[in-house]
Design a protein around this ligand. Sequence first.
Ligand SMILES: [Fe+2]
Length: 385
Amino acid sequence: MQQYFFDVDDINLSEFKALCSQTVSSEDYHFSSDIQKRVVIYEGDHIRSLISSPQARKLKTELHHCIKEGPGVMTVRQAFSDTKAIDQATEIFLEIIAEEKISKQHRGDHYAKPGENERIWNALQKFCERDTEAFVAYYDNPVLCFVSEAWLGPFFQMTSQVNIVKPGGQSQHPHRDYHLGFQEDSLISEYPISSQILSQFLTLQESVAHTDMDISSGSTMILPFSHQYPLGYMAWRDSKFIEYFQNHAVQLQLQKGDVMFLSPALFHAAGTNKESSDRIANLLQVSSAFGKTMESVDRTKMTKLIYRVLLERKKSHQLRQDELQTIGASVIDGYSFPTNLDLDSPMEGSVTETIWAFMELALREEWPVDRFNECLNEATMRRLP
Ligand SMILES: [Fe+2]
């Protein structure tokens, strides 16, 4: 019978090396523009032109393949066509950091020594609350939405953490990310290997470059194909694996507006910032509708905030058809479950009405903000125990 439970004594560097030695063939990536250091590169303009075309499904398949059977990492150049939205967001992030520093709540960054790094937890909600117009301009991004859906399907749940690495900020240790990258070996070994592998399909890591990132500024070090090692969650702390990572990891230069997408299971580490300016990234951790996010986000509050902005646009005929899709996908809790089935019973063979459907209806009929908020409160209460 096949073995399903392993512990740290079972990790095997030769198996890891064999997986990490695979090559990338451009024949597998018809829509890409380049392959650099075994990372697949796409152009944002090209992806945008294909999203509503008959080739969209083929492109989604290719992107999914890249994260699963491929190197586990891709970069989309100019995923943000308008870098003004990025600059505006950066200013807001800096304001939030300045305020959090003088507040008692500030807990810093557990990944770095004090003074080397700044971090905003739950930057998604904080950004939305501080300047909803700027938030909408930023998350009205069809590329983020499309690539996230290529990995996770619809109703994904966006979360965001901003990371600013100061000049001299030191590199991280190589690691895997949420879910099991945040657990100790002893707990990981209690999960069957099937669940460990499954967990990689529940999130996608996306790093938005808010500054140009030369390699000397410490752009993320990544080890292509390392996500394919089944026992990787118990291996990344091992000194031999760390040494292999240090000798074989690659770094790519990124420009402001580029986004790197990677499997949460890929071995990676932020590099040392040897430049004289800050390196700023918005780290998006996108979860499947089937998974638990790492951060709790008040999506009802955010939905009310964006409704006000979207309604104004609708009334002035400035709301594009796909705009609700892109922004809503980053904000709304669109999946039908969990809910309270006593209060929110599905019709037979059907599911309960989603917050998403409710938002579409309200916008179509141009409900006043107060009516929308009241109905959203009721719909949210119906889902609670
Ligand atoms: Fe990480």
